[in-house]
Design a protein around this ligand. Structure first.
Ligand SMILES: [Zn+2]
Length: 604
């Protein structure tokens, strides 16, 4: 095709895209205490039928959540105000007979009473809204601009979002396309907002629920240090502004977005009277502050890893179906590695706290039987039906890509550092992959492996195959040796009775909540939900289980009375003592100067 023709076609095409008329939304909160949001939208039409859809899931959280279940009182109205006929064509689609109108108005109500970070919340005090539960768009024509105008109750003074504000308007936001619209949660209320600037870009920490127990200015100063640390690592900030929606609502969890994150917190997490850091901890925060900062650091690192440097399968999104990828071990696991590592590098955590965090991932991995059943690829691909829909047997059949992915990152970082004699690290691989594959493209698993091999100056494909595609045990020797670390030896002589079962907490009864595959109780036929009533005819309760077992010698076969579905039965449980497994990393007392320097290079 001649160049001139290509150009004119391109111009035509771009004009067509940019000329798409916006869908204009208005959100109203006439009775916020009832948890309802009232939505009105003006939707360009032009054909006899208009089909709208709502997302069934929200990116970053891989579960079909059926947001349409909270929609009610749907109406479609012509420009003259006449009601239009409509039908549901799918669980999440509405088909409207437009009568040929150029645009139609739709109205509906959304029940918003799920404070989870993937949820949707409206109450008397504030609203925290995700895109997926609230917005509809036109089937096959979602690539268009959007406008969202908020009509706030008199007592609510503020609104914030990752979206840009419409020039000249206070509570109206604009999004260039449906992806941006769904990627930008909206807050409306009167929370304290702490603003700080990094690299000339404004950042907002919205502390909804900040009371006397939360030190707002101090929390903002710490968040700023996290931002500065990652800006240094990636050489800049890839957005115009960023919002940390910190909902202090006695809940947990966090969800990443391109230039915002929704985090749920406890009011006790960042207390004015928080527990002091240990003496000599080098500016480290107390344990609950540390957990909160770790969550902030994790979600913020996603600004790069997964929101911009993303698996090819995660974009453009199919909002009506599951989106499958085998790469979540990198998206989530590597983020779980950089979360605590950045806190140490930013001076917000001590070396020992970082080692505790990393040890925790290793301990969880090595004590989860499912690691021998499920590979990382499998864990990632099936997250929709496994990780996000766990049951009492998950511990035996599944391993989290957060957990094993983090451990793989620890090992890979050490490997690259050793192979390059500290000239390169996993940081270099992340930054190189980000430069090469961020934006519209996404990376394939092969491309990510190739980047790591390139940075390491060695072919890592065999190692990647082993740790990602198989369930083989991981080898820690190279990492331990490089940093001069070891797993803390167990206290000599102490061995506890091992049953392999976990019991429910918060009850006076002893009820089994899960049974580890091949543990003594599993092999003896104990079941989840069995209530343990007596051991050798003596009553036992939650208060003295499992210390009761300690009273019997190794090898004795205990007669354990259980109630199962209302029927009593006796099972035989052999007493088996095991030394506690230790996966706690510590610096070797005899670490060489070179090993100490290697660890310093990691921690900086
Ligand atoms: Zn994450």
């Amino acid at each position: 095709m001649p160049l001139i023709k290509q150009i004119s076609l391109l111009v035509l095409f771009s004009t067509a895209v940019f000329a798409q008329e916006a869908i204009q939304y208005t959100f109203r909160f006439p009775a916020p205490q009832t948890h309802y949001l009232e939505v009105e939208a003006t939707v360009p039409a032009g054909s006899p039928q208009l089909e709208l859809f709502m997302a069934v899931w929200t990116p970053g959280s891989y579960l079909v959540r059926e947001y349409a279940r909270n929609v009610e009182a749907f109406e479609a109205i012509s420009p003259s105000g006449a009601p239009l006929k409509w039908t549901k064509s799918r669980k999440n689609r509405w088909r409207i007979e437009t009568g040929g109108a150029a645009r139609v108005k739709v109205k509906y109500k959304v029940y918003a009473h799920e404070p989870a970070v993937q949820g949707n919340w409206v109450d008397a005090g504030f609203a925290m809204l995700n895109g997926a539960p609230n917005f509809m768009t036109v089937v096959n024509a979602e690539k268009r601009p959007y406008e969202v105008k908020l009509e706030l109750p008199a007592a609510w003074a503020k609104s914030l979002s990752g979206m840009k504000r419409k020039p000249g308007e206070v509570h109206t936001f604009v999004a260039a396309d449906f992806d941006e619209l769904l990627d930008c949660p909206i807050y409306a209320g009167s929370a304290p907002v702490h603003e700080f600037v990094v690299e000339g870009k404004p950042h907002y920490l919205v502390n909804e629920g900040e009371g006397p127990m939360w030190d707002g200015p101090a929390s903002a100063r710490d968040v700023k240090r996290i931002v500065e640390e990652f800006a240094r690592m990636f050489g800049g900030l890839p957005y115009e502004h960023y919002v940390f929606f910190n909902m202090i609502v006695e809940a947990g969890g966090g969800l990443e977005h391109k230039n915002s994150t929704w985090i749920n917190s406890s009011r006790w997490a960042y207390g004015n009277n928080a527990e002091p850091a240990a003496p000599g901890a080098g500016g480290a925060r107390g344990p609950s502050r540390h957990r909160w900062l770790n969550l902030v650091s994790h979600e913020y690192f996603h600004t790069w890893n997964v929101k911009r440097l993303r698996p090819a399968a995660l974009g453009p999104f199919d909002y009506e179906n599951e989106n499958y990828t085998t790469d979540l071990w990198m998206a989530e696991g590597f983020t779980s590695y950089y979360g605590p590592l950045a806190l140490k590098r930013a001076g917000l955590a001590s070396q020992s706290r970082l080692l505790t965090d990393l040890s925790s991932a290793i301990h969880t991995l090595q004590t989860t039987p499912g690691r021998l059943v499920q590979s990382m690829e499998d864990s990632s691909f099936n997250t929709w039906i496994k990780a996000y829909r766990p049951n009492e047997n998950s511990i035996n059949t599944a391993i989290s890509y957060y957990t094993k992915g983090e451990v793989i990152a620890i090992l890979l970082d050490a490997k690259i550092r050793r192979l390059t004699r500290n000239a390169k690290s996993l940081d270099d691989a992340m930054v190189l992959a980000y430069r090469r594959f961020s934006g519209e493209r996404g990376f394939t698993e092969d491309q990510w492996r190739a980047v790591c091999s390139e940075v390491a100056g060695a072919d890592l494909s065999t190692w990647f195959n082993q740790v990602i595609s198989t369930t083989a045990e991981l080898d820690y020797m190279e990492m331990l040796d490089w940093y001069g670390l070891r797993f803390r030896p167990s206290p000599a002589g102490r061995r506890n009775v091992y049953t392999g079962i976990t019991t429910r907490t918060g009850s006076a009864n002893v009820t089994i909540s899960n049974a580890r595959r091949d543990g003594p109780a599993w092999l003896a036929g104990f079941n989840v939900d069995d209530e343990i009533i007596a051991v050798n005819n003596l009553r036992v309760g939650a208060a003295d289980w499992p210390s009761r077992l300690d009273r019997y010698p190794d090898g004795e076969k205990l007669r354990v009375l259980v109630a199962r579905r209302g029927e009593l039965r006796t099972l035989e449980l052999p007493v088996e003592r095991r030394a506690a497994e230790s996966w706690a990393l510590e610096v070797r007392p005899d670490a060489t100067k070179a090993q100490q320097d290697n660890l310093k290079a990691l921690l900086r």
